[in-house]
Design a protein around this ligand. Structure first.
Ligand SMILES: *[C@@H]1O[C@H](CO)[C@@H](O)[C@H](O)[C@H]1NC(C)=O
Ligand SMILES: *[C@@H]1O[C@H](CO)[C@@H](O)[C@H](O)[C@H]1NC(C)=O
Ligand SMILES: *[C@@H]1O[C@H](CO)[C@@H](O)[C@H](O)[C@H]1NC(C)=O
Ligand SMILES: *[C@@H]1O[C@H](CO)[C@@H](O)[C@H](O)[C@H]1NC(C)=O
Ligand SMILES: *[C@@H]1O[C@H](CO)[C@@H](O)[C@H](O)[C@H]1NC(C)=O
Ligand SMILES: *[C@@H]1O[C@H](CO)[C@@H](O)[C@H](O)[C@H]1NC(C)=O
Ligand SMILES: *[C@@H]1O[C@H](CO)[C@@H](O)[C@H](O)[C@H]1NC(C)=O
Ligand SMILES: *[C@@H]1O[C@H](CO)[C@@H](O)[C@H](O)[C@H]1NC(C)=O
Ligand SMILES: *[C@@H]1O[C@H](CO)[C@@H](O)[C@H](O)[C@H]1NC(C)=O
Ligand SMILES: *[C@@H]1O[C@H](CO)[C@@H](O)[C@H](O)[C@H]1NC(C)=O
Ligand SMILES: *[C@@H]1O[C@H](CO)[C@@H](O)[C@H](O)[C@H]1NC(C)=O
Ligand SMILES: *[C@@H]1O[C@H](CO)[C@@H](O)[C@H](O)[C@H]1NC(C)=O
Length: 463
């Protein structure tokens, strides 16, 4: 090679600018040109919709100049990117008549059967979630329910924030989603979705305030996201078809539920999922599987994950488990799905409770691998421990001593280079590093597994 490095170095700034250059050639329409006020008081719905509907070109940016745009449901179309710059906010309406008739279409921003669509710009989409709270409660807020309409039942009857349904080539990047009333970002039956540099701020006390729910979708990438919310942060589910190829990396999560949860809707298979370089703080559960409806899970890898889990009020599912893998069937007559080929590599845990691995007779956990893990256990909240949590369905919340790793209905678990450190001496509910019975747990291998007591300085002095 005799070429000087100069050409490459001069190429790099050009490559970095490339998106902006492409962008500058993409037609942009402003919602102001269609009469939007951006005053946060008058509804700008029809102006925004007209701007979107005016796009007939290959790709089109619809931009929101500095302002707050109150709106009923906006319908995104193929080839349209919503461009919400820093300083601008799309504000979702809080009235039932702001949303379409069918509850499955209750979103502030909705794309259906669209391709090459997205949202970006650095600005904010705000669902005004606090307007949906009937009673604020630090344990769990009581929320409005629009179930009297008959559009949906129970207490999960509120609008979501942003939805892409039956769509392809979806891109959501550089945008903040705040105060969803219910789920935040929903990807349903999509192909080729990229979600990156997105911040999600839900309410820590609001039930069903999920971060990203990915259902029945293939080829999804989530990266560089920041999710701080009450309910499950990244939640793959299967209702009507299997899910393949989901990757989530380089993200930060705080939640009063599971940081990552497969299920509980799990009617079809999940396959080829990768979670890497994720920090989970102050959460009720770290990596969770609630496989309840007969779908099978296989080939899932978690690597380079730092998890801190603690107890919260037991009205929320979760008992501080850093890792939670369960397949008990939802009802007596539900099918049993199995889980196989799970890898957990390079995992750091600081937790108030241990790992819970619980298959079922017809839904075994097969070929699990725990490699390079530091598990540090100590209690720091005053919530009661000493129970194991099979919810939803199954045996519910059961009084039972907890352990470093509880195992039931497993065939094949390799534990290698796993260090379990016990910091405090409250052993009345922490009586056991490993709990399993050969009648339900088969083929366990422990290689370089340690468990030891590491009292903090002064522990024995204060006794
Ligand atoms: C955007 O609008 C806000 C309030 O309407 C105002 O305070 C701010 O100066 C505006 N910023 C720009 C860049 O126009
Ligand atoms: C996000 O958008 C803002 C404009 O509002 C821009 O200045 C910033 O560079 C963008 N960030 C990324 C990571 O694209
Ligand atoms: C509607 O939701 C409310 C609030 O969660 C609940 O109390 C009520 O039982 C529900 N009613 C129906 C008909 O589902
Ligand atoms: C996936 O979607 C992106 C837009 O987000 C697009 O650039 C890319 O070409 C798509 N890939 C395929 C294989 O269609
Ligand atoms: C995802 O892939 C599976 C397996 O090929 C297929 O059955 C399913 O229909 C695909 N889903 C979508 C939304 O393309
Ligand atoms: C999943 O990814 C693999 C490898 O990239 C690809 O061959 C396969 O078609 C993808 N499956 C689906 C259903 O998209
Ligand atoms: C891990 O993700 C963080 C963002 O959460 C990022 O700053 C860091 O560079 C990533 N580390 C690696 C090794 O990619
Ligand atoms: C799960 O695997 C079992 C055993 O192979 C199979 O009978 C069942 O149909 C699978 N479930 C689904 C949803 O494909
Ligand atoms: C894990 O995260 C905690 C903060 O939550 C931090 O103190 C600790 O250094 C991290 N450990 C590793 C190995 O990244
Ligand atoms: C686990 O960590 C080691 C040491 O930091 C690193 O060499 C290895 O690539 C990591 N493994 C994975 C799967 O990321
Ligand atoms: C576990 O701790 C040891 C010693 O403190 C350290 O060398 C190793 O990198 C840690 N591994 C992980 C996955 O954090
Ligand atoms: C035991 O499990 C290991 C991997 O977890 C697998 O390779 C091996 O075949 C299993 N042995 C038996 C007898 O099932």
């Amino acid at each position: 090679m005799d070429a000087s490095p100069l050409p490459l170095l001069t190429l790099i700034p050009f490559l970095l600018l490339l998106p902006d250059i492409i962008r500058s050639h993409t037609p942009t329409v402003s919602v102001r040109d269609f009469g939007a006020t951006g005053d946060g008081k008058h509804y700008d719905t029809s102006a925004i919709q007209s701007a979107i509907d005016s796009c007939h070109t290959k790709q089109c940016y619809v931009t929101f100049p500095n302002g707050t745009y109150l709106t009923a449901t906006i319908h995104l179309k193929s080839n349209v990117i919503l461009d919400i710059p820093k300083g601008s906010t799309i504000l979702g309406g809080t009235k039932l008549e702001d949303y379409p008739k069918e509850s499955r279409r209750w979103f502030v921003i909705l794309a259906e059967k669209a391709s090459d669509v997205g949202i970006t710009g650095g600005g904010v989409v705000d669902g005004q979630g606090s307007e949906f709270v009937v009673k604020f409660d630090e344990r769990k807020n009581v929320m409005v329910s629009w179930n009297h309409t008959g559009a949906c039942s129970g207490d999960e009857c509120r609008p979501r924030l942003v939805g892409f349904l039956d769509s392809t080539n979806v891109r959501v990047w550089n945008v903040t989603f705040t105060q969803p009333a219910y789920w935040c970002l929903n990807i349903f039956r999509c192909r080729n979705t990229s979600i990156h540099d997105v911040s999600i701020y839900g309410d820590f006390n609001t039930p069903n305030n999920d971060g990203i729910d990915i259902e029945d979708s293939n080829d999804t990438v989530i990266t560089r996201c920041h999710i701080d919310t009450g309910d499950d942060a990244i939640c793959p589910k299967t209702y009507s078809s299997p899910m393949y190829n989901l990757t989530a990396t380089d993200s930060w999560i705080r939640t009063k539920s599971s940081a990552i949860k497969l299920g509980s809707a799990s009617w079809f298979d999940f396959k080829n999922l990768v979670f890497d370089n994720i920090t989970i703080v102050d959460s009720h559960r770290g990596l969770g599987f609630q496989i309840r409806d007969g779908g099978n899970v296989s080939d899932v890898t978690f690597s380079n994950i730092n998890i801190s889990t603690r107890y919260y009020d037991p009205s929320w599912w979760g008992r501080a488990e850093p890792i939670y893998v369960t397949t008990c069937p939802r009802h007596l007559n539900s099918k049993e799905g199995s889980i196989s080929n799970l890898n957990f590599v390079n995992i750091t845990v600081n937790s108030e409770n241990g790992i819970f691995l619980s298959g079922s007779k017809g839904g075994l956990l097969r070929n699990l691998r725990f490699i390079n893990m530091n598990l540090t256990y100590r209690r720091w909240t005053r919530y009661e421990g000493g129970s194991i949590d099979y919810r939803p369905g199954c045996q519910g919340l059961v009084n039972h001593n907890i352990a470093g790793i509880i195992m039931e209905h497993i065939d094949g678990l390799d534990v290698e280079n796993v260090n379990m450190r016990w910091i405090d001496g409250r052993t009345e509910e922490w009586d056991n590093p490993l709990e399993f019975r050969p009648s339900t747990v088969n083929n366990i291998s422990l290689l370089n597994f340690r468990s030891g007591f590491y009292p903090e300085k002064g522990y024995f002095d204060s006794k």
